[in-house]
Design a protein around this ligand. Structure first.
Ligand code: FPP
Length: 241
């Protein structure tokens, strides 16, 4: 377990694009799904490390609205991994004080998976040690589009007028409406792009791109990235004080 990062400067909300599972497996001559299983084990360790590192909210990009373009075998394998993981880890997540939420559109997910997600959300709703949000069939544009659609419906029904539409109102219709914005977004595997992740919410986030493939991203490396965040000066559009 890593030593704690500076609690005063730790980002309250860290979002992670967990990239590199496929390459990690291919480097070992194994099928891509082998990498996703290793990635899932890593998720567990990173979640466990959060309280000591002062991270209250962790949001992870597990499956994007674009990931359906992968082979049917890979998609089915990832979906079954989610089911296994949610079933197997539910008890420990609950006992260790993790409040689990899911963001993304559930419409395309299978019924069994959706009921496991609902159960876990309900079971852990009162927990407050760490807030883990799993983005599943999530895309930033899709989320904003769904929010706009619901907002338009409210106007159509006469519950809101167009003058009520501002950034704050729109944000209330996002999947993340109960979460603070991320302070830090980390992407592993050396790719420097955001791939439709938390587009609205990351307006003022700091970004950190690390070369490590996700299955190799240890709690120690996580702690180092957080220490680097503590040295950054965040101005939110203002000038230096
Ligand atoms: C990115 O690696 C990973 C994914 C698209 C799937 C993420 C899934 C997990 C980490 C499994 C664990 C998650 C939970 C919540 C149990 P990639 O396949 O894009 O890697 P590549 O860029 O090397 O091909």
């Amino acid at each position: 377990m890593p030593k704690d990062a500076d609690a005063n400067t730790a980002p309250a909300h860290v979002a992670i694009i967990m990239d590199g599972n496929g390459r990690w497996a291919v480097q070992r001559g194994r099928p891509r799904l082998f990498g996703h299983h290793a990635g899932a084990r890593r998720v567990k360790e990173i979640v466990k490390a959060c309280p000591d590192l002062g991270v209250k909210y962790l949001t992870i990009f597990a499956f994007s609205t674009e990931n359906w373009k992968r082979t049917q075998t890979e998609v089915a394998g990832i979906m079954s991994l989610f089911r296994i993981y949610l079933e197997r880890e539910a008890e420990e997540l609950f006992k260790s004080g993790v409040c689990v939420r899911f963001i993304g559109d559930r419409i395309r997910l299978d019924d069994k998976l959706v009921s496991l997600m609902d159960e876990l959300e309900l079971r852990t709703a009162q927990n407050d040690r760490v807030h883990l949000t799993v983005a599943l069939n999530y895309g930033g544009r899709d989320e904003v589009t769904r929010a706009a659609k619901r907002l338009a419906y409210e106007v159509e029904q006469g519950r809101l007028t167009h003058n009520d539409v501002d950034a704050e109102t729109l944000a209330q219709f996002l999947d993340t409406h109960v979460l603070p914005d991320p302070d830090l977004v980390i992407r592993t595997s050396g790719e420097a792009r955001i791939s439709n992740f938390l587009l609205w919410q990351s307006a003022y986030a700091e970004y950190e791109f690390v070369d490590t493939l996700w299955p190799d991203f240890t709690p120690n490396e996580f702690a180092k990235v957080l220490q680097g965040f503590g040295k950054r000066e965040r101005r939110f559009g203002a000038i230096r004080a």
